[in-house]
Design a protein around this ligand. Structure first.
Ligand code: HEM
Length: 152
């Protein structure tokens, strides 16, 4: 993959992070609202859940492709010992991928556990806890030292 294609994919990955954040907030607010009001689990809840899970999966897929082509990651594999001592390189070499994969697993788990619960309150509670933890992990793993939007 050429450097232009890689840069374009980084830009897409950058913008889609905000789609993840918006989908996460919608699912988190909806599920906590469900917990506190003890309302039914609706088609809207399922839709918000699917949107959050899907946005995370798209970032995961893009991220794996970025990881395989990133010049930063390549430098790290050339000399892993030195890479671990450099904050900016170690971040993309291990921290970002590690935290984001855990985040995807936690959000996916929330979706599965909500589906399996036999009562609306439990569905909302399982979703609320896993979805909130998932967003905390995404925030912890986001490279805030990089542009908030491509080119900014
Ligand atoms: C699932 C949620 C994820 C979010 C919200 C996210 C977010 C971001 C953001 C905001 C950037 C900075 C983009 C820029 O500099 O313009 C970035 C870069 C990067 N991400 Fe992710 N990411 C996610 C998952 C992943 C995963 C799972 C991987 C690896 C498998 C990954 C690999 C990378 C790499 C390698 C870069 C740096 C690419 C480069 O500059 O060469 N990301 N990510």
């Amino acid at each position: 993959m050429g450097p232009e294609v890689h840069s374009a994919m980084v830009a897409i990955h950058n913008v889609l992070r905000w789609v993840v954040v918006l989908a996460a907030l919608a699912a988190i607010i909806g599920s906590w609202h469900g917990v506190f009001t003890r309302r039914e689990w609706t088609g809207g809840d399922r839709l918000r859940t699917v949107a959050y899970v899907a946005s995370m999966h798209v970032q995961l897929l893009l991220g794996i492709i970025l990881y395989a082509n990133s010049p930063i990651v390549r430098v790290a594999f050339d000399d892993p010992g030195a890479a671990m001592g450099e904050r900016g390189i170690r971040f993309f070499f291990v921290e970002h991928i590690f935290l984001m994969i855990i985040a995807v697993v936690v959000v996916q788990l929330g979706s599965i556990l909500a589906k399996k619960a036999d009562e609306p309150f439990r569905k909302h509670r399982r979703a609320a806890i896993c979805f909130t933890l998932g967003l905390v992990l995404v925030f912890a793993g986001t490279p805030w030292f990089r542009p908030l939007f491509p080119g900014l």
